[in-house]
Every structure is written in structure tokens, then in C-alpha cells.
Design a protein around this ligand. Sequence first.
Ligand SMILES: [Zn+2]
Length: 348
Amino acid sequence: MTGGGLPSRMRAAVWRGPGRPLTVEELPTPQVEEPEDVVLRVRAAMFGAALVRAVTVGHPRLSPPAVLGTLVVGDVVDTGSAVRHLKPDQRVTLDPHPPCGHCANCRDGLRALCDTRISISPGAHAQYVRIRPPVATHARTVPPELSAGAALLTEIVACVLDATDTSGIGPGQDVLVIGCGPVGLIQVQLARLRGARRVFCSVNHPGRRELVDRAGGIPVDAQDLSADHLAVLTAGRGPHVVVEAVGSATTYACAFDVVRDGGTVIGFGGCPPGTTVPLDVNAVHYRRIRFIGSYHYEPGVFEKAARLLETGQVDLEPLLTHRIPLDRIADAVTTARRSDCLVPIIEP
Ligand SMILES: [Zn+2]
């Protein structure tokens, strides 16, 4: 044990390159080194689609060997001498990429696109993780009634909330969400919360219909996403807002096709670099269609998302489908790709 009462060694999952299995190894436990450092005992860490891609094909910002994982909920176990806002045993969730406030994009007011991309390093697929400002500064306490798994999704809810606010979804509107993954299902709930009249959500396998129902949406078979069918469902007009939450050229093209005149298409799904979509710009012009790319979120949205969870306005429990012990993280890619898997969580 060290001065902070932490063991000197811990178990952590090490990524040794694209396509290679994650291996659980013994590494030195991160310690408080600077006055503003905080060490957390990890309770839940995300293994979402972005990590599956990173582990299998690599990521421009990641170099092996590395401990991955940026979304984490943990209990405070040690703090530096200057930390006033956190105390041992408090459970916290983290905004994984708070803006730096001084890069060119931050100075332009585009804090969602902060160039610095400050993050947790080494990552959270471990028993312990050390955080520093600004991540440590923005750590948010998790109330006891909220599960660690639900708190872990605060960042994703914040991304969807930013898209919802940007889209102008409001009372009485018809909304189509393309995609029934975690983002799509959270989007259905937030659109309903904003007062949308009908929220259609495309489903590509039967197991998701019940989840769409439970989120307050109306499932639509993904094969039926034609302008004609959506017109039938919306009194001949098409949805006011279409949220693309898949990330493919086909579904982006579909979004422009089915949206009503004067409607809004939200580009939430991330496509591979170089993806292009044939776009009838004549229709975009004469039908006054708005297209808004939505990525990450502006300052303050993470806190708003946390309040939605803390007050029970968004229910994430149905999305928490799979828990994977850290020691079995080698199975995580296979588990994450199962059709019944929505959110896979690593638990040390
Ligand atoms: Zn910045």
C-alpha cells in the first residue's frame, strides 16, 4: 500500500494494436502526484462502438500499447492537497473532454470542437484511474439513486441533448429517428420530453421494437423508410425533424428524402472519412431543408444531461444490457457486436 492507502499494483486491460486481443496485466496503480489530482476506483467503464472500432482497426489519436476507456464512473479514493470539491467515497461521473478554453476553436466560441481533446490517460479499463484538471474540475457527483451504469451514459445523453436543442424539436411535431442503438433510443425519449407528438424510430431487428415502445416511440421497420411510407404516417407531410443516428450514406440520403418541406435533418451518425451522399440540391433549395451536423456538445450541456438523469426524466436502465468483468475484457468486442447488446459496460 502507498501513502494514499492504494495498492501499488493494479489490473488493467492493455491494447497492443489493431486486431490484437486486449490483455489484462499488472501495472503500477496511478497515484496523486499533483495538488489537483484525484484517483478513482473504477466502478463502470464504457466499451461502446467507438472503442470497438479503435480496438479492431485503430484510431488516429491512439498509439499502442495503451490502456483505453474515457467514459468512467468511479469512487474517489485519494485527492491532492488542493482538491476542495471532491471527498473520498464520493461517486463521480466525468465529462471526458471538457474544452480547454484557449485554443482557436474555443476562442471562436466553438467549444464543442475544442482542438485540445483533453482526456483521461491512461484510460479507465483498469481498477483505478487518475484524473486531472479540467476533467477533475468538472467531475459531477452521482446521487445514490442513480446506477453507475446509467451515470456512465451522461456524456452520450449530453451529445443527444445538444442535437435535440439544435434541431428545434418541439410540441406537436413529428420526428423520425433513424437508428435504434443507444443514441436513437435516447433521442426518442428526449424528443418526447420536448413535446414531440409522434416519434418514429427505425428498427432493424425485432428485439428493438419493445425498446422503442418503452422509450415512447413508434417503431418503423427500417425497410419501410420511404418518403411515401413516412408521408402516410404523418398525414401526407413527412416528419418535421429527421435525426440520422446510424452513420451511413444510405440513411443520410433517406433522411433528405423523407423530411417534410421546411424540415430539418440532423446529422448525428458519424460516417467513415470520405463518405459522400448524392444530394438533390435543387430539392434542398426549393424545399428549404435545413441540414445541421451534430457532434459533441457545448459547455453546460453535460450538467443539463446529468440533471435529466438525476431527476428520472430519462430512463437508461433498459439500455444497460451487458456487464463484462475486467478480467474477461478479451470477450468485449464479440459481446459489443451481438445484436442484443446496446451498452456493454466493463466492471473491474
Ligand atoms: Zn479548446
